[in-house]
Design a protein around this ligand. Structure first.
Ligand code: AMP
Ligand code: MG
Length: 394
């Protein structure tokens, strides 16, 4: 059986960031940039006033000086190409271009205006209250590195440069096929022996949250139907995720069907709990194929450990960032793994402290719903209260 980290690396070896596409800036929030973004403009693009006041020559505007003011006003917007005359001051507003000859702006609170004259109360030094061209950003400067996340502030930065589209890696299409004769979609009353399909909606939303585009379909445990549904999904998917039917039961046909459809199994079973059964393979058209255990908790955990990193990598996350997702917490209760495989339990992390979230059986989706992390326990280990424990963010 493959070790967990080896399995993840073997999967990720086959994955490179996906094709680059250009996205309207307003749709870019939380995406990763696929390329560096270089400034196209100096910002500010021209020297301008940071205050409402009077544009002056600092050397003429000492405390007590009287300056003449004309009727012309330079407000923000159109540059009126005004020129400061000797001994003069020009009325100016925030964001307006600095008139030729002026080298400072006096705040309006610092002068007394009397018709065509102002008396300076508090003088200014050269450059005061002027925002210089290129003072924030220079054209040609790298503004954002490839791989950085687009935040509201970065959207503001790009918008200030007049940039309306950003390069991102296109979102992978993840086809999810759930399997099982016993499964029914919501809205249809259950007959005896049936249960509702929870893996479909669970995996669909997990794919969406990871940044992929999800589509779902369902097949009964019949070879022909599985072959048809999985075949259809394979024809369009970047990633195919099949839930259930990959075990060794009499009605677990998925591996046989995958082989019929030309999917070459790379490995089956990983030394991790849950992780048995788990199938990873590749189709000749390049689709990566995952067969997850049918139990919803197991499906979610194996998705988090092995499929989500692939989606993130396709979207341009760094390899280290998707393989080193373990953090450390402090156990707030005793935790034991007496099995022979590393075990991922469902945990609740509050600050540094981690406790387990109720019953840990692999069908127990209520406990999973309360969890905000997975707790990883090495085989044959007991973690005492106050000891460090590894956690995997979900
Ligand atoms: P399997 O891996 O197909 O043997 O399924 C293991 C367990 O998971 C069984 O109890 C199934 O009923 C259950 N199961 C499989 N698929 C789903 C699903 N889509 N939603 C909820 N439970 C499922
Ligand atoms: Mg089944």
């Amino acid at each position: 059986m493959l070790e967990e980290s080896e399995a993840r690396l073997r999967i990720l070896e086959q994955v490179q960031p996906g094709p680059v596409m250009w996205l309207p800036l307003e749709l870019g929030l939380d995406q990763l940039l696929a390329q560096d973004i270089v400034g196209v403009l100096d910002s500010p693009p021209f020297d301008n006033s940071s205050m409402d006041g009077y544009a002056v020559k600092a050397s003429e505007a000492a405390s007590g000086s009287v300056l003449s003011v004309g009727d012309e006003i330079q407000s923000a917007g159109l540059d009126r190409d005004l020129e400061l005359s000797k001994g003069g001051a020009i009325r100016i507003f925030t964001g307006a271009p600095i008139p030729a000859g002026a080298d400072a702006v006096i705040m309006q609170e610092e002068v007394v205006r009397d018709g065509g004259r102002v008396t300076v109360i508090e003088g200014v030094v050269e450059g005061e209250n002027i925002r210089r061209r290129g003072g924030d950003v220079c054209a040609g400067q790298c503004l954002l590195d490839a791989g950085s996340t687009v935040t509201p502030a970065r959207i503001g930065l790009l918008a200030s440069q007049g940039i309306s589209e950003i390069p991102v890696h296109s979102r992978p299409l993840v086809q999810i096929v759930t399997t099982g004769d016993e499964l029914v979609e919501a809205g249809i009353p259950l007959l005896p022996g049936e249960i509702y399909n929870s893996n479909g909606p669970l995996l669909q939303s997990a794919v969406t949250r990871a940044g992929g585009v999800a589509a779902t379909s369902h097949a009964a445990d019949q070879i022909e139907e599985l072959q048809e549904k999985i075949g259809q999904a394979l024809s369009t998917a970047d990633i195919l995720v099949i839930a259930g039917g990959v075990s060794v039961g009499e009605r677990d046909f998925v591996r046989e069907v995958l082989s019929n459809l030309g999917v070459v199994t790379d490995f089956w079973r990983v030394r991790v709990k849950p992780g048995k059964p788990f199938v990873f393979g590749c189709h000749e058209n390049g689709t990566l194929v995952f067969g997850l255990p049918g139990n919803p908790v197991s499906a979610f955990v194996t998705f988090s450990l092995f499929v989500k990193p692939v989606i993130q990598r396709l979207l341009g996350h760094r390899l280290d960032d998707v393989t080193e997702s373990l953090e450390t917490g402090i156990a707030a209760e005793i935790m034991t793994n007496d099995g022979d495989r590393p075990h991922y339990l469902r945990g609740i992390q509050q600050g540094n402290e981690v406790r387990l979230s109720g019953t840990q059986q692999s069908h127990a989706i209520f406990g999973l719903s309360k969890a905000n992390c997975l707790v990883r326990l090495e085989p044959q280990v007991t973690i005492k209260v106050g000891e460090a424990v590894e956690i995997w963010a979900i």
